[in-house]
Unconditional design. Structure first.
Ligand code: B12
Length: 216
């Protein structure tokens, strides 16, 4: 199976709402040598973006979108046997959270998974993490990196507030702060203007840039 075929067949399966067919496509692709990074960026990510476009065009319902998201989350989780096969990760620690009221969590999860593959130790908190609680965890665990995600622009002020709160709570000792997600896609200078140290367009680029910036 080629990557193009995998993408097409996976999208058809989630549109049909068949978890079984979707898992079958992923298993076959994996057997044919398509790795986790390719599955994430070449199959799941474009499929979810197509789902968003179809939803926006009123060609599918919110229920269809929820089903596609649930299937994709399950498909990712099934790959964890591969991902976490090695012992405990000894690499740099990263805490990942969706900024405060943000609910789009799949992209951030991909960042964590790709970094886990590269030996990082990641703590994925997912959607809607209250700022105060995130800051408390960051102070306690002292990660090398905090990764914040926002998909829609109304959440950008919450990203800024989170960054400010972390820097205020840990003067001179704040971790590297990375931000990203769809809300940053069209404005290369936005991350810096919000006070972040780094941004990236996708999970593979994020892993590469973080590796350059964090050496342990
Ligand atoms: C699934 C989905 C949802 C689900 C999310 C469920 C979940 N558990 O994640 C639910 C139903 C909750 C949802 C809700 C909403 N959604 Co929605 N959603 C989507 C959809 C279809 C897919 C998102 C996704 O998983 N994408 C795939 C991932 C892999 O891509 P990604 O997020 O971009 O992540 C990559 C990069 O951005 C980057 N990245 C991401 N985070 C980070 C962090 C760091 C630190 C770095 C470096 C990089 C990075 O790396 C990732 C991996 O490569 C998108 C369509 C789309 N184009 O994405 C719409 C979309 C984002 N949603 C949209 C909207 C409008 C909404 C709502 C406002 C709808 C409503 N009226 O309620 C709400 C807002 C909810 C909220 N408070 O956040 C619009 C946004 C339009 C806009 N103008 O910005 C979109 C684009 C759909 C559309 N075309 O209209 N949504």
């Amino acid at each position: 199976m080629t990557l193009d075929e995998a993408r097409e067949r996976y999208l058809a399966a989630v549109l049909e709402g068949s978890r079984r067919t979707a898992f079958g496509v992923v298993d076959e692709a994996f057997r044919d040598g398509i790795g986790l990074r390719e599955l994430y960026l070449g199959v799941f990510q474009p499929a979810m973006r197509d789902i968003g476009r179809l939803w926006q065009e009123n060609r599918i319902t919110v229920a269809d979108e929820h089903l596609a998201t649930a299937i994709t989350q399950a498909a990712m989780a099934r790959l964890y046997d591969e991902l976490f096969r090695g012992g405990g990760a000894a690499g740099p620690l990263l805490i990942a959270a969706c900024a405060d009221t943000e609910r789009h969590e799949l992209g951030l999860r991909m960042i964590c998974d790709v970094l886990e593959m590269e030996g990082w130790d990641t703590v994925f908190l997912g959607a809607t993490v209250p700022i105060e609680d995130l800051v408390a965890m960051v102070r306690e665990r002292r990660p090398h990196v905090v990764a914040l995600s926002a998909s829609i622009s109304p959440h950008l002020p919450r990203v800024r507030a989170t960054i400010d709160a972390i820097r205020e709570a840990m003067p001179g000792a704040a971790p590297l702060i990375a931000v990203g997600g769809r809300a940053f896609a069209d404005d290369p200078g936005l991350a810096e203007r919000l006070g972040a140290d780094l941004t990236a367009a996708d999970a593979v680029q994020a892993a590469r840039l973080l590796k350059e910036r964090v050496s342990v």
